[in-house]
Design a protein around this ligand. Sequence first.
Ligand SMILES: Nc1nc2c(ncn2[C@@H]2O[C@H](COP(=O)(O)OP(=O)(O)OP(=O)(O)O)[C@@H](O)[C@H]2O)c(=O)[nH]1
Ligand SMILES: [Mg+2]
Length: 503
Amino acid sequence: MSEGNQTGTAYGPGQTAAYRTMTFEERSSAINGVMRRLDRLRGAIDQGGDFFDPFLAARAKEEIASAEERVRAGMGVTVAALAGGTGSGKSTLFNALSGLSFADAGELRPTTEQASACVWNADADAVLDMIGVHPSRRIDYHSILTEGKHDLDSLILLDLPDHDSVEVKHSVLVDQALPLVDILIWVLDPQKYADHLIHESYLSAMRERRDHMIVVVNQVDTVPEGGLPKILDDVKMLLERDGLKGIPVFPVSALNRTGIDPVLEALRTAIQGTESVIATTQAELDGIRRRLSASVGVREPELEGEVFNRITNSLVEATGAPAVAQSLRQAGYTLGETAIATADQPAASMVVATRDSWIAHVKSGLPDRWQEAVTKAIPDPERIRRTVGGAVRQVSVPSVNRWFPIGLMITGIAIGVAAVVLAAFGIPEAMGPRVVLGVVGGALAIGSIVLARSLHARAGRRAAQRYEADAVGAIRSAVERMLVEPAEIVLARHRQVRESLQV
Ligand SMILES: Nc1nc2c(ncn2[C@@H]2O[C@H](COP(=O)(O)OP(=O)(O)OP(=O)(O)O)[C@@H](O)[C@H]2O)c(=O)[nH]1
Ligand SMILES: [Mg+2]
């Protein structure tokens, strides 16, 4: 096996994220940006209150707090952590990368009980306190060797216990450390690289941090001649399935200390800017936001739009208001006495159906807890029914006065008939004026009938229109009060939480 080829090159297209050293101003504004995001997210959790799953909210709060601490404490250092299953060779690799023999490596499983840290010229105490590395498990690279790998200055390398052992406290420690880590070095071994737990719980769950991950396939010296390319292909395929396509995979033998240089090179690239802490935190916040965002919808439904109009119209129909308007119109068509219909509360079943369809509209696209809140906020059908009924009953029904057109008609007929009679009795005497008087009298009688009827019909139409407008207005405002306003209260809160999460 040619070690140089197999262990000397990174496998995969992407290297660790390319860093560019930020200016002081850029860094300060980036930190301020992160701090603002932290505050917004915290605000969103507070505003959301019970609308978030309490466990989810508590977890997010903890993560935000530790991200904040990390930003405050960790500026200027890059934390790289070796993580992976027991026996994969993390401690051996820690020693190989640092050139020391500080971490306990061994046959006993699990071997590492406590995290260890090697610090390259950095003020690391605050970060290490937070991660929970015991002071006796910290070694200062500088204090051991004054000459050497100064290009790794500001690096903190962590050897973590395994995440998958029977010892629960190990995975607790790993979970606590991971959010504070800038560069994750996942150590896999040729036997257990496909381990379900590591893929499910860690690798695929940490997709947001893909730019800050390195995968090491360790113990390649144990792979039979010619077997490595297949293993590396498999690892690459599994990573792709985890959404981690393209992250670098380094074949290494920690025991023989081969393949170490490319890993160190990747670390060197990673620490070329202290902004890695910002990028880490941003990625962490992306994850928190993604998890919280599952508790809100993507938008709020329209409350004053088409559905509102449809619902108002069907309630107007159901109160019988259009029938009242129709009877007013009808009253205008006859000068006789007609009955005017009355409007009343809509049928109970109709109100239930209307309420249901309104709730379905408002709930659409909202997660469960918001849906429940909408249902709770809308008054019960009976209250809606009484309110709508009360509103429509209060609308006064205009009267269509028939005495004015009747009076007009009688007067017109009387004058017209009188004129015809006078003409018939030869007054005036001349024939010409008599004919004119008779014709004018007849026309006046007929004209007054036509005019009276048309005026009356117009009065009926006007009354119908006025009534209709008043009834629609009254029902519309009842719908606003009963259906729109309570929904708006829930949706306004939803909007606020959703927008706070858009950071
Ligand atoms: N052949 C071979 N053995 C290795 C290699 N790396 C580590 N080992 C051996 O594998 C065993 C476990 O190594 P450790 O470094 O203790 O493994 P670890 O991942 O730290 O294990 P825990 O601390 O229990 O999580 C030891 O006996 C090492 O000598 C390697 O590259 N090749
Ligand atoms: Mg170990």
